[in-house]
Design a protein around this ligand. Structure first.
Ligand code: NAD
Length: 365
């Protein structure tokens, strides 16, 4: 049975519009193939919005965002702000504000390794092969939002690491629900041997784990998790962790995956979800048809799976990406000396190829 969803596309700046064009095209293709009714609207954010309205997040964008079922975002940023940190109105303010206004408390980052790109990582292919991890990083608590103090003589400082039980509960439920849809394994990462906030974290996750008896739950200290991620990344399925530990672990994990142009992320709360590539606006390649659209396309797969519960549709996209790579096709950022030069594609050609493969896969099924 087809479903009906309103999707807001926020292309943003730089390569954002170039890559989201293909994310949207893939959504249209999937809707046609599976009989879903996806309607699209578009809105401004970042530098593009500042130019048009003076505001990095115009009220109109926020209203459209709140009414939508999911948002496909590109990236924001422009060289003029990078070169002048004193500018008061900045593109990234739009991004921070929309995340807050939508109540997004969990950041999801899949680390999915395609066999053909195993050599792009600095870790041995034999260790990486088969890695498929979904990180859940908490976004609203921790040292980022606790009280910050500096002594009068400026020689002592502290940041309060604070968590409320409800903050742990709501993200834990999301992570367990995702684990149920995947490999039914969840690893909660904390530092409960030292930190009181981690002890609250652990006891809360332990209590919620009882509601998901099919999921094998493991608790790991952050120092060990950082090591295991490099030593044996395949052992992880869903990883659930707090804001600070998640910040560090997800960056570590993005490096095991190789290129920026291949990684998607989602920020979710109890309403509209926000789906985006992890890369920025990449001024150096803007307008040159060099941007890899696969991170945006994989963000769409995440939207379908996590946002709408459409697992089969998400799989079709991932299979198509895998097929393009297996056939030897690459964008410039993921090509190396072994790549056939005739198979190095621009943004548009790669987008079109994916559309073709998706149509073929759904037809074959
Ligand atoms: P970046 O991610 O834009 O680019 C880093 C490097 O990776 C560049 O060499 C770029 O060409 C390359 N790259 C990134 N995405 C690619 C893709 N899809 N295909 C091929 N190559 C790709 O990071 P940066 O250079 O540090 O920042 C550029 C701008 O982006 C800045 O203004 C920054 O503030 C902004 N930014 C925005 C976001 C966001 O909107 N979520 C995130 C990070 C950076």
């Amino acid at each position: 049975m087809g479903i009906k969803k309103n999707i807001l596309v926020i292309p943003g700046d730089g390569i954002g519009p170039e890559v989201t064009t293909w994310g949207k095209a893939i959504l249209e293709q999937i809707a046609a193939d599976f009989g879903h009714d996806f309607t699209f609207d578009e809105a401004l954010m970042g530098h593009a919005a500042i130019e048009a309205t003076g505001n990095p997040l115009p009220d109109e964008t926020l209203e459209k965002a709140k009414k939508s079922d999911a948002i496909l975002f590109g990236a924001v940023g422009h060289a003029m702000y990078d070169n002048d940190p004193s500018l008061k109105i900045r593109p990234e303010q739009g991004l921070l504000k929309i995340r807050k206004e939508l109540g997004l408390y969990a950041n999801l980052r899949p680390i999915l390794l395609f066999d053909e790109l195993l050599n792009a990582s600095s870790i041995k292919p034999s260790i990486l092969k088969g890695t498929d991890i979904l990180f859940f990083r908490e976004l609203t608590g921790d040292v980022y939002f606790g009280e910050k103090v500096r002594s009068e003589d400026r020689n002592t400082a502290s940041d309060l690491m604070i968590y409320h039980r409800y903050e742990v509960e709501r993200i834990a439920h999301k992570a367990f629900e995702a684990a149920m849809q995947r490999g039914k394994k969840l690893c909660s990462v904390d530092k409960a041997n030292v930190l009181e906030s981690s002890r609250l974290w652990r006891e809360t996750v332990q209590a919620i784990a009882k509601e998901y008896p099919e999921v094998t739950t493991e608790h790991m200290f952050i120092d060990n998790a950082a090591m295991q991620l490099i030593k044996d990344p395949k052992r992880f399925d869903v990883v659930l962790t707090a804001n600070l530990f998640g910040d560090i672990l997800t960056d570590e994990a993005s490096q095991i995956a190789g290129s920026m142009g291949m990684l998607a992320s989602a920020s979710i709360g109890d309403g509209t979800g926000f789906f985006e590539p992890i890369h920025g606006s990449a001024h150096d390649i803007t307008g040159k048809d060099l941007a890899n659209p696969l991170a945006s396309i994989l963000s769409v797969a995440l939207m379908l799976e996590i946002g709408f519960g459409l697992k089969e549709e998400a799989k079709v996209i991932i299979t198509a990406v895998d097929k393009a790579l297996k056939e030897g096709f690459r964008t410039n950022d993921i090509a190396d000396e072994t790549t056939n030069p005739y198979k190095v594609l621009g943004t548009k050609e790669m987008g079109k190829l994916l559309l073709k493969y998706i149509a073929q896969t759904t037809y074959t099924n």
